[in-house]
Design a protein around this ligand. Sequence first.
Ligand SMILES: C[S@@+](CC[C@H](N)C(=O)[O-])C[C@H]1O[C@@H](n2cnc3c(N)ncnc32)[C@H](O)[C@@H]1O
Length: 241
Amino acid sequence: MEENLEGWEAFHGKAIASKDYRMDWEREREHAYLKEVLKWSEGKHRLFEWCCGRGGDALVVNHFKPDAWMSVLDYSPVAIEFAKARFRKEGLIANAVCGNVYDLPFPDGAFDFSFSQSSFSNLEKPDLALKELVRTLEKNGFLMLCAANSMRPDGSWLYRHAIKLGYFQTEYSIAELREFGVKHGLTPIGYFGYQNCYFLINQFLKKVGVKQEGRTKVLSKLNALPLPVGLKLFVGVVFRK
Ligand SMILES: C[S@@+](CC[C@H](N)C(=O)[O-])C[C@H]1O[C@@H](n2cnc3c(N)ncnc32)[C@H](O)[C@@H]1O
């Protein structure tokens, strides 16, 4: 666990130092994901982004839902301090907490919509996290589970070995995510997938010296190709409590 947190601290620190925390291709990926968040959070007002990282998604969601009350949580002090400073700068009044998703510092039924981009596949104890996420969700509230996709055709394990991550990472299929939610008493109400499989292509282009601008062009084209939802880089399931 500690080792994993160290890995995340290093990851966030590097991203902040390089000012590389929002790359163009990333923004494009997030557009598709955030579209799902905005669609499913319609009519919801107490939003919770668990494992929020450096807070970029919360800022965008708040931009489109300025009347919603936003809480965010991450266990990385580096990430959460950065998120707080960013929120202050952008005028987002949010409840930003440094805490663990396995032991949420919120009362039962505190939120009506909980979401997090891809983080479910970074959790070593997914059942413990789900127990807490379900507890803090009010009846009829929605929970979005989103993860790296184990069904991606270019091989999720290959990606993991190529990138050499300093933190825990696994992958799930849509069916596996659905099973998790059902096991915890939730009702699946929607499915989604976003981004095509191009992390390895990005790495390859970088290695052979293609600059960011060129890579963005190639990756945008690839991303626009039609691909079935279940084969996208990230997949997700939306549940009702
Ligand atoms: C893949 S990042 C996603 C960050 C954010 N959702 C985004 O898309 O930019 C996963 C995040 O989970 C956080 N994390 C991992 N394990 C955690 C835990 N047990 N409790 C709270 N946060 C955790 C990490 O610090 C990291 O910020």
